[in-house]
Design a protein around this ligand. Structure first.
Ligand code: S3P
Length: 171
């Protein structure tokens, strides 16, 4: 069996491109628990993409759905829950996570994040004239929130997803 038994849901937080979904998936497999993804749940319920939700319903609508989904999923059995990069900015969400789970910040430097998101068009917040600068602005504004996570695991370009998952387990 597993050497580690998860007692609370581990919530992956951190910037877009940090690897929350990839590392979370690997971690769930290592632990033998379900992998959940708040973005995915929101998309499924709304039956449209994140970009479409931002465009047609607006970011406040998306954030409200995000809080509902996180609250609901945290009431279920222990799992790995990946969240969108903005989720941990909300005090309500941080409180939900503090009460029912454990927050894992996947930390990565700006260059690594940029390398991972630069060719993707799925992220509405980066649809700006200068997405690199936009990413930097979000990064700087969000660090103080991510620093409130319970566990911090630092990523690096040379680490595989599996390596990262093992690091989270060790932490
Ligand atoms: C967001 C990150 C996205 C998604 C939405 C908003 C953010 O998730 O929730 O586009 O505010 O950083 P990822 O972190 O998985 O890209």
């Amino acid at each position: 069996g597993n050497l580690v038994r998860l007692k609370k849901t581990a919530v992956m937080v951190g910037m877009m491109g940090a690897g929350k979904t990839a590392v979370g998936t690997a971690l769930a497999r290592l632990l033998g628990v379900p992998f959940l993804d708040s973005d995915e749940e929101i998309v499924r319920a709304a039956d449209r993409s994140i970009a479409e939700i931002f465009e047609r319903d607006g970011e406040p609508f998306f954030r409200a759905r995000e809080t509902e989904v996180i609250g609901r999923l945290l009431k279920g059995p222990p799992a790995i829950l990946s969240t969108g990069g903005g989720a941990f900015l909300s005090e309500t969400n941080r409180k939900l996570i503090a009460d029912h789970g454990v927050a894992v910040w996947l930390k990565a430097d700006l260059d690594l994040l940029w390398q991972r998101v630069r060719h993707k068009t799925t992220r509405p917040l980066l649809r700006t004239p200068n997405p690199r600068e936009t990413l930097r602005g979000l990064y700087d504004a969000r660090l103080p929130f991510y620093e409130q996570a319970d566990i911090v695991v630092e990523g690096a370009a040379e680490l595989s997803v599996e390596d990262m998952a093992r690091r989270v387990l060790a932490a």
